[in-house]
Design a protein around this ligand. Structure first.
Ligand code: PEP
Ligand code: MN
Length: 336
């Protein structure tokens, strides 16, 4: 962190400031120029409240030169992290397609879709059991029964399963789940993130509706700081002034995240667009932009889906997307 001090500062104020920084474990380096005095902070500044410094009389500006996320930072871990899930690798040139319904509705539904998406190239099965719904009157998911049915579909097809966890006390229920998803609405549920940092399972962390990429990485940092380094990030669209799509898919986040972090980045073209007709082009675009995978909603009867039917592909539509995306992968140096 670099501070520019006000030209007319009182040396006593500078003495107090350096003493306070020392008490935080930081050394300082003072550079006095003709017009400006600059104080460089040396040491771990991640615990320093930059606003506290900006608020001081003596300080003109304060700028962070290192990011507050260490574990997720590409700077300290230049190689891509590869997250392995039941033999499927994500990241570092490995691409996976996760597909399945928004919600698990019945044994027949989840098992049929699982078989169809597997035949079409999906390598992992998604399906919500605990659903975060905007309205308390909407279908809330089959909960424990939903998890049981997902495990049946896993047994039937061999596909590893991805499903959302909303509450830390539910962790034991998820013991046979392969990837635990933290949904957009819980991206900053810090108590949940801390608990997920203590378990040995991959976490799919979705970007919040109104969160910056730095905030997404700070949430990943919560999980990693607890010792769980298996974090997969997911761009799922953000809320902007645009109303033509459900959310605005921020495709630029893919190359930017790849610069900022070594963690794999996948894209959800379903929640980000809200309409099934927009899912094929955005899936292709995400693959072309360097995503490490896709998570796509697929339903065998979208018109009667209990949740998110409008954005769900039929298994036939999914098969076409999957095949087209796989044609792009060699161009961007990825394999499935
Ligand atoms: C989901 O994947 O089912 C979901 C609810 O996604 P998001 O958290 O991105 O809205
Ligand atoms: Mn959904």
């Amino acid at each position: 962190m670099v501070l520019v001090l006000k030209p007319d500062h009182d040396p006593k104020q500078l003495e107090n400031l350096t003493a306070w920084l020392k008490s935080l474990g930081l050394d300082t380096h003072l550079s006095v120029g003709r017009y400006q005095t600059i104080l460089g902070l040396v040491g771990d500044t991640s615990l320093v409240d930059i606003d506290m410094i900006k608020n001081m009389d003596i300080v003109e500006t304060a700028t962070r030169i290192s990011e507050p996320y260490k574990n997720a930072n590409r700077k300290f871990h230049p190689d891509d992290t590869i997250v392995e899930v039941a033999g499927n690798k994500i990241g570092g040139g490995h691409f996976q397609i996760i597909a399945g319904p928004c919600s698990v509705e019945s044994e027949e539904q989840i098992c049929t879709i699982a078989e169809q998406v597997k035949a079409a190239g999906a390598t992992l099965l998604r399906g919500g059991a605990f659903k975060p719904r905007t309205s308390p009157y909407s279908f809330q998911g089959l909960r424990e029964e939903g998890l049981r049915l997902l495990l049946k579909a896993k047994e039937r097809t061999g596909l590893p399963i991805v499903t959302e966890i909303m509450e830390a006390s539910h962790i034991p229920l998820f013991k046979d789940v392969d990837i635990l998803q933290v949904g957009a609405r819980n991206m900053q549920n810090f108590e949940l993130l801390k608990e997920l940092g203590t378990i040995d399972k991959p976490i799919l962390l979705k970007r919040g509706l109104a969160n910056t990429l730095q905030e997404l990485l700070m949430s990943a940092e919560y999980i990693m700081a607890g010792g769980n380094e298996k974090v997969i990030l997911c761009e799922r669209g953000i809320r902007t002034f645009e109303t033509a799509t459900r959310n605005t898919l921020d495709l630029g986040s893919i190359p930017v995240l790849h610069e900022m972090t070594h963690l794999p980045v996948i894209v959800d073209p379903s929640h980000s667009t809200g309409f099934s007709r927009l899912v094929p082009p955005m899936s292709m675009a995400a693959a072309a932009a360097g995503a490490d995978g896709l998570i796509i909603e697929v339903h065998n009867d979208p018109k009667h889906a209990l949740c998110d039917g409008a954005q769900s592909l039929t298994p036939e539509q999914f098969a076409e997307v999957s095949s087209n995306v796989q044609k792009i992968l060699p161009i961007v140096g990825k394999t499935m």
